[in-house]
Design a protein around this ligand. Structure first.
Ligand SMILES: [Zn+2]
Length: 226
């Protein structure tokens, strides 16, 4: 929550002063394009915070098949989406100013709001109670989460673009009212659950992030009308 945004214009001068924030322990990484189109995109790396109720608390590791670690994989997806040289154009090549947050949920949301993101993008993979040998594509796929109408359009684009490549076929936009990363950002939040990491086929696909991460950039382009 940025108090500054609610103050009259004269108070905006105060933004030049040092800001003490809970995010200091997990400084964000900013990426400047060679030419900036004027839009700021915040990539929120999965932390799996048990810290929803404990601001600044530690991330919880979410594990999956074959030694999969969601938080680390999410960071790789973010790196590929920002500056990867795989298939398609990354966010820098699409001229977005990007900030990547690797803090807890609360830190990332606070930093995203202070930075003034135009779009907030949490990057996650999904889980279900199953065995890694499950091969039922119809029980897996891409979910894009949204809360309100401001988020829904982006979620539908994200589900369509990433879902077209993920091995699971049950791709859906999903309305959720219980997630801080949807309710707390000032910007529209476009929340990706790329594929399930609890079946081997899903993990194998997620790990080829440079082959599909451009779809995140494509989603941002379509959302902003580029
Ligand atoms: Zn997650």
């Amino acid at each position: 929550m940025s108090l500054i945004k609610t103050l009259p214009a004269v108070a905006l001068l105060a933004t030049a002063l040092p800001v003490v924030s809970a995010g200091d322990a997990h400084a964000d990484t900013e990426y400047l394009p060679t030419y900036w189109n004027g839009k700021k995109v915040y990539l929120s790396v999965a932390c799996h915070d048990g810290n929803d109720d404990i601001p600044g608390g530690d991330c919880i590791s979410n594990s999956g098949c074959d030694g999969y670690w969601e938080n680390g994989a999410s960071n790789k997806i973010a790196n590929a989406a920002v500056a990867g040289d795989g298939a398609g154009r990354n966010l820098l090549e699409r001229f977005y100013y990007v900030s990547k947050g690797r803090g807890t949920l609360n830190e990332n949301v606070e930093n995203s709001n202070e930075w003034g993101a135009d779009l907030h993008v949490p990057l996650h993979t999904n889980a279900s109670n199953e065995t890694c040998s499950n091969t039922n594509a119809g029980a897996h796929g891409t979910k894009a989460l949204y809360e309100g109408s401001g988020d829904e359009r982006c979620a539908r684009i994200l589900q369509r673009k990433v879902g077209a490549d993920s091995p699971g076929t049950d791709d859906d936009p999903v309305k959720r009212d219980d997630l801080g990363e949807l309710s707390l950002p000032d910007a529209p939040s476009c929340y990706l659950e790329a594929e399930f990491h609890t079946w081997q086929k899903g993990v194998d696909w997620i790990r080829k992030e440079t082959s599909w991460s451009y779809r995140i950039g494509g989603t941002v382009d379509e959302f902003f009308g580029y």
